[in-house]
Design a protein around this ligand. Structure first.
Ligand SMILES: NC(=O)c1ccc[n+]([C@@H]2O[C@H](COP(=O)([O-])OP(=O)(O)OC[C@H]3O[C@@H](n4cnc5c(N)ncnc54)[C@H](O)[C@@H]3O)[C@@H](O)[C@H]2O)c1
Length: 270
C-alpha cells in the first residue's frame, strides 16, 4: 500500500470502503473518462454496481474495455468518443446510456483542461478553448442531463470545479476563472433545477495525482510551492475525490444541492 506515512508527499491511493447500496443498478454518465479522475470514477462506480457511460476525446472505449475486464459481478462501462464542447456529443452520451441501460440517474461533468500562461500572454485560442471545455462543456452536459431527468423523476449532477476557483495562483487566469464559473453555475443550476428533483453539486479538488498535474510533481521547486499551500502536506489521490463524488450521488446527500465540496487537503484556506 502506498501511503502518506511512507512518503509524506505521495498520494494515498488505498481503497475507500464506502458503499451505498441504493446506487446499485443506477446509471451514470462521466465525461473525461479516458484517464485521470474520470477513469477512476468510472472504475469505482462500476465496482459498486453502477453502470457507466464514459465519454472522452481520447480512448474512452479502451479505458472502458480495461475496466470491464477487471470487473466481475458489478456494473458495466461503455466508452465512446465524445467532445464536451459539442452539444450533439452530449446527446450521444445520453442516447447511449438509454440504449444500453434504459435510464440516466447521475451525470458527472468531469472533463477539463489546465493551460498556463502569464496573464498578458494568454493567447485568444487558449482562452476560448479553456472556456469551451471547462465552462461550456459543463453547461451542455448539465442541460442534456436536466432535460432528461426532469421528465424522469430527477437525478444528481456533479460538476468538477477546483480550489483554483477561489484561491488563485499566477499564470492560470483562464483556468482559475473557468473554475470560478463552474462554482457559480452550480448555484444557478441548483436553484433552477431543484423543483424537478434534480440536485446539482460541485467538487473542488486541490492538488490531485493525475496526468494533469504530473509536471508539478516532476519539478521539485513547483512541488514544494504546491505542497506549501496544502495543510495536509501531500498530494491527493483520485480515489479520495471519488469518495466525495460517491457521497454526493448517494441518498445520504438527498437534501444537499448547490454545494461545492472541497477535496483539497485544506488548501482553500491557505
Ligand atoms: N488534477 C488536479 O489536481 C485537479 C485539481 C482541481 C480540479 N481538477 C479538475 O478535475 C477534472 C479532471 O481532471 P484530471 O486531473 O483527471 O485531468 P486529466 O487531464 O488527467 O484528465 C482529463 C480528461 O478530460 C479529457 N478531455 C479534455 N478535453 C475534453 C473534451 N473537449 N471533451 C471530452 N474530454 C476531454 C482528456 O482527454 C482527459 O482524459 C478536470 O475538470 C480538472 O480541471 C483537477
Amino acid at each position: 500500500m502506498t501511503t502518506s506515512a511512507t512518503n509524506p508527499t505521495r498520494a494515498d491511493a488505498s481503497q475507500i470502503t464506502a458503499h451505498h447500496p441504493e446506487l446499485v443498478g443506477k446509471v451514470a454518465v462521466v465525461t473525461g473518462a479516458g484517464r485521470g479522475m474520470g477513469a477512476v470514477f468510472a472504475t469505482e462506480l462500476a465496482r459498486r454496481g453502477v453502470h457507466v457511460v464514459g465519454g472522452d476525446l481520447d480512448d474512452a472505449p479502451g479505458t472502458a474495455a480495461r475496466i470491464n475486464a477487471e470487473l466481475t459481478d458489478a456494473g458495466r462501462v461503455v466508452g465512446l468518443r465524445a467532445d464536451v464542447t459539442d452539444p450533439a456529443d452530449h446527446d450521444r452520451l445520453l442516447q447511449t446510456a438509454l440504449t444500453e441501460f434504459g435510464q440516466v440517474d447521475c451525470w458527472i461533468n468531469n472533463a477539463g483542461i489546465f493551460p498556463q500562461a502569464e496573464f498578458t500572454e494568454i493567447p485568444p485560442d487558449q482562452l476560448t478553448a479553456t472556456y469551451q471545455v471547462n465552462v461550456n462543456g459543463v453547461v451542455y452536459g448539465a442541460q442534456t442531463a436536466a432535460r432528461h431527468m426532469r421528465e424522469h423523476g430527477g437525478g444528481a449532477i456533479v460538476n468538477m470545479a477546483s480550489v483554483a476557483g477561489v484561491r488563485v495562483r499566477a499564470t492560470r487566469a483562464a483556468y482559475n476563472s473557468s473554475k470560478a464559473a463552474v462554482r457559480h453555475l452550480t448555484s444557478c443550476m441548483a436553484v433552477e433545477l431543484g423543483e424537478h428533483g434534480i440536485r446539482v453539486n460541485a467538487i473542488a479538488p486541490g492538488f490531485v495525482d493525475t496526468e494533469m498535474t504530473r509536471w508539478v510533481r516532476e519539478d521539485p521547486a513547483a512541488l514544494d510551492r504546491a505542497l506549501s499551500t496544502v495543510p495536509l502536506r501531500r498530494v491527493g489521490a483520485p480515489i479520495e475525490v471519488f469518495g466525495a463524488l460517491y457521497f454526493l450521488l448517494s441518498d445520504s446527500a438527498r437534501y444537499i444541492t448547490g454545494a461545492v465540496v472541497p477535496v483539497d487537503g485544506g488548501s482553500q484556506h491557505v
